[in-house]
Ligand binder design. Sequence first.
Ligand code: FRU
Length: 493
Amino acid sequence: MTGVTMEAELARAERAVAELAAGRGDRWYPLVHIAADAGWINDPNGLCHFAGRYHVYFQHHPYGAQWGPMHWGHVSSEDMVTWRHEPIALAPSLQEDRDGVFSGSAIVDGDDLVVFYTGHRWRNGVDEDDGNLQVQCVARSGDGTTFVKEGVVVTGPPELPHFRDPKVWRIGDTWYMVFGVCSADERGEVWLYTSTDGAAWEFDRVVFRDPDPEAFMLECPDMFPLGDKWVIVYCPMGPKPRGYGLRNGHNAGYVVGDWEPGGDFVPLTGFRPADWGGNYYAPQSFEAPDGRRIAYGWMGGFDHPIASMRDSWCGQLTVPRELGLGADLRVRSLPVREFAQLRTGTVDLGEVTIGRDEEVTLMPGLDAADIELTVPLADGDAERLGMVLRTDTGNEIVIAYDDQAGRVLIDRRRAGYGERGYRAAPVDGPVLELRIVVDRGSVEVFVGDGAECVSSLVFLGEGVRSAVLFAESGTARFTRAVAHRLGSIWEGV
Ligand code: FRU
């Protein structure tokens, strides 16, 4: 890219976002989820705590509400509660990243923040038809806002079509980098490199190869310790739907195993979905200063038009989720405790029994809410029970426990806009506990201790929205039915 400077590209991108933001429609724009001012976003990138603030970067197309040449957008927060939009951090400006500054991660290195990302090029200069040319690159910042690119640090065999999404961590003096690869025999793999200075990298091994022969590439791999195990999170490209799983064009999941530096990763589990919802992809984690492992996922999609595109924005991140590992080797994820600071008012129905095919309003007139429901299942005989989010103009989405399927689901059939269909997570145990985070354009459902989640974008039609409890074809006793209204995460709003 001769004659192009990142500075000029960033200024051009900022002007484009400002223009889009001036015409942004807010009916579904998130109050409690990270999104760009306007334009498209996908994967969370570069998650870190640096110079006293949490930083979240993300894949960003500033020139429209569709995917396009990738930049890194940026927001930051002192407390993980209130956020501010920061200037766009990275833009294509090198030969090696001329078609996109793709996903990557961050490491605090002394006084600097170092980010690793994939420099992306279309082989034919136009589209993916003739494959990609992808290399891992580095950029450095003293303040988290302004970056200087330091060029390519890892190149692969040039014939491999997918070679991207570096996730870096450090143990002692050794740096580790994993990224996703489509191998020469077209299988999805995670490759591990090591370094002593973050600049010179050596191939260590193929640390994970997906046993699923349908998976030809593993996007956005993450690898981190949880309890006394290691988790590899990845997003397999290729697998077709199986039962309730892998139903989206893009799905994220994980395996748990044993790993020590210098050794092989020994899987102890098979693949499990990280979230069963319609829109959860490319999650990335980081370690907070107090040692918590926190992850954000992307709520969006590449496969179908998204309703908010007509409002000049598209894509948001999930709420930050604290991860833990159960004795059953399933990952637990729940909103970080800071999230409760957004609560501004509470409705508590106490104990409430709902008669056969009856409804009880939990919270009238809501934008964003944090809802807690508990139902001892043996105390009623409803075939479905749960909560409807309904507009006064007749659109609704249903969040239900389905006793026949033994699952918790989000059904978007009558949402009004956007994709339909339902997604469902398995439930076990005699007491159903749900935590439901409702925003203007999304719902995240956490089941029990967070072993299962269901997260989907939901684009309800216009009108005032209410949360209503229901029991279908039988009765249900709620021993806890609490709804907290939520204020905005955005500074000054
Ligand atoms: C996943 C992904 C990554 C890539 C980025 C490009 O959503 O395809 O593999 O780095 O998005 O925007």
